[in-house]
Write a protein of this length. Structure first.
Length: 286
């Protein structure tokens, strides 16, 4: 929501969220730095979920506001996090954010963040906190006292690297795993070919050079998995694979239409893949 993933008018964005909600989705993810205009994603999500009840959970992230603006805005004191949190709550129209992530995936100096997050928990503004990262050393730093409640990491049919260290660590330490990119930024949907081009801010890098080479490699993996769509959509198969890992708590697939939102939500009723299918998928994806 907010335009970074291409043209999507606000009414369609709100209707898409409401469709997901109607289909049984109760966990939504955003960040203060999401949107071509910063804060737009939180604002639209808050508007879409207004009056949705107490069973809906929202995660947001903090730390990338300055980078998106091109202005140095480092968190150098625990109290620096609070105004960002207050602004997030205002845009969401809520008193509490359920999961609050540090958005800086390379941040190994975690003490300031931990203290800042714990202050917000005591104030009732945050229920639990964590870090969005694909690095074990970063997660270990945030969990140095066993306080980290959640991690957001990349995991999909086309990127299984989290299986090596991150997911086992989360199982061992009972850290909730929120999976971003469970559809491989859309590649696992089966809708794209190596000739596809993108005009959105996030995927323009795939149009040429190393980005295009990486995209083509991942699409070749998806092509070898086509038979998964015999009794479900490719997107549903991709989500089913992700939730089959015992460490995964919830995936957060993107959707740009009511149809995509309801298709994604339907994957939840499929349950985990059976062991035979999982073994085949692992063999094909390497």
């Amino acid at each position: 929501m907010g335009g970074q993933w291409g043209d999507l008018d606000q009414d369609t964005a709100i209707c898409t969220v409401k469709a997901a909600l109607d289909a049984g989705v109760t966990f939504f993810d955003t960040a203060d730095a999401y949107g071509l205009e910063l804060g737009t994603s939180e604002m639209l999500l808050g508007r879409a979920l207004r009056g949705s009840g107490d069973n809906v959970r929202i995660a947001s992230k903090v730390g990338n506001w300055g980078r998106r603006l091109g202005i140095p805005m480092e968190i150098t004191h625990p109290l620096h996090i609070q105004p960002f949190c207050d602004a997030t709550l205002y845009r969401l129209g809520r008193d509490t954010v359920d999961v609050y992530f540090c958005h800086l995936g390379g941040q190994t100096q975690a003490d300031i963040w931990i203290e800042g997050f714990e202050r917000l928990v005591k104030q009732g503004k945050v229920r639990t906190w964590g870090v969005s990262t694909d690095r074990l050393d970063v997660l270990e730093a945030f969990n140095r006292n066993g306080q980290c409640g959640a991690v957001q990491l990349d995991y999909s049919l086309v990127n299984r690297s989290a299986e090596a260290k991150l997911l086992p660590y989360c199982l061992q330490h009972q850290i909730a795993v929120v999976v971003r990119g469970p559809l491989g930024m859309g590649l696992c949907s089966g809708r794209y070919t190596p000739e596809s081009t993108f005009n959105d801010q996030v995927r323009q890098k795939w149009n040429e050079g190393p980005g295009h080479e990486k995209m083509s490699q991942r699409l070749s993996v998806v092509e070898r998995l086509r038979q998964l769509a015999n009794r479900r959509t490719m997107a549903q198969a991709a989500l089913q694979f992700v939730i089959s890992h015992p460490a995964v708590t919830v995936p957060i697939p993107g959707a740009k239409s009511i149809e995509q939102a309801t298709d994604n939500a339907a994957a939840g009723s499929l349950g985990p893949m059976d062991e035979a299918e999982l073994a085949w998928v692992r063999e094909v994806t390497g």
